[in-house]
Design a protein around this ligand. Structure first.
Ligand SMILES: [Zn+2]
Length: 287
């Protein structure tokens, strides 16, 4: 009975939000690993596949390298990072952002990703309350953070994240979590075709490539989650977010006009906003 009461307490809005904040910190720590390691794992695999295909000597190291192994090390001095030095945010503050062994600075991105994950997780938890929408929304939020990080680093949106998330969106529609299956399927196909047409139209007119196939798949994924009615809003929001960030970077002289900025993070931010406030925005915008 005691246990049951404790569990009920955790489902109250405030407790659930705080709990998801803590979970968000831990997940954020894991997302740092995904953002850093997944592209390296993919590059190893590609290199190995290419060399095999060309019947060349395969020089890819055969040691285990995945999300869980080997344990994290300082990229500078290779000292192993112990569990107590790996506590989200706190360890970074305690160590004042420096490696224990060599005192080399640790990238500020790690605590930023942890904090960001905690904040957006709390927002989702507070918005939906203890519900299946919250559970699914958290998974989507975490996937979008990983995708954005990898896209910013490598201009790459790994299929290994995007495609399972697209299928998950389709399955959720069977249970009507965010939308029904008809709008979800049309959303997935429509999302892909929409950006595919933009891409080929743009290429035909300017001869340049504005985005990549990963972006089409990402919009297809978001279409599967929320239905075709959200595609217009997501495109509009992503352009807005892109314009604001692009102009800020250019005015700060941090980004040259000709250097491509990956589109994935803008789509991710737009999709996330659409998940939380899309209904209101759609009603407001389209009357
Ligand atoms: Zn070190």
């Amino acid at each position: 009975m005691e246990f049951f009461n404790g569990l009920t307490l955790l489902t109250t809005p405030v407790a659930f939000t705080v709990l998801m904040g803590v979970v968000g910190l831990l997940i954020g720590s894991f997302l740092n690993v995904v953002i850093y390691r997944l592209p390296l794992m993919m590059q190893r695999q590609w290199r190995s596949d290419c060399l095999d295909y060309l019947k060349l000597e395969n020089d890819v190291p055969t040691d285990t390298f995945n999300l869980a192994f080997p344990p994290s090390r300082c990229p500078h001095c290779q000292t192993r990072i112990l569990a107590q030095q790996n506590i989200p945010i706190l360890s970074y503050m305690w160590l004042r952002g420096k490696c224990v062994a060599c005192r080399e600075s640790i990238s500020g991105r790690y605590p930023v990703v942890e904090l960001l994950t905690a904040i957006v997780s709390m927002t989702v938890a507070w918005h939906f309350g203890y519900s299946e929408q919250a559970a699914a929304g958290l998974v989507l939020t975490w996937a979008l953070i990983a995708l954005s990080g990898i896209d910013l680093d490598h201009q790459l949106l790994p299929d290994v994240i995007v495609l399972p998330m697209l299928w998950l969106g389709l399955i959720l529609s069977v249970f009507n979590v965010y939308t029904d299956s008809a709008t979800s399927i049309i959303g997935a196909v429509g999302g892909y075709l929409l950006l595919w047409s933009v891409y080929h139209g743009f290429k035909l007119i300017t001869g340049k490539e504005g985005m990549g196939y990963g972006d089409f798949k990402l919009l297809a994924m978001l279409g599967a989650w929320f239905g075709w009615q959200y595609l217009g809003l997501i495109i509009l929001l992503s352009s807005l977010v892109g314009a604001v960030i692009g102009m800020t970077l250019i005015s700060l002289n941090k980004q040259q006009r000709e250097v491509p900025i990956p589109f994935g993070p803008y789509l991710a931010v737009a999709g996330w906003i659409a998940m939380l406030w899309g209904d209101n925005l759609n009603t407001w915008y389209f009357g």
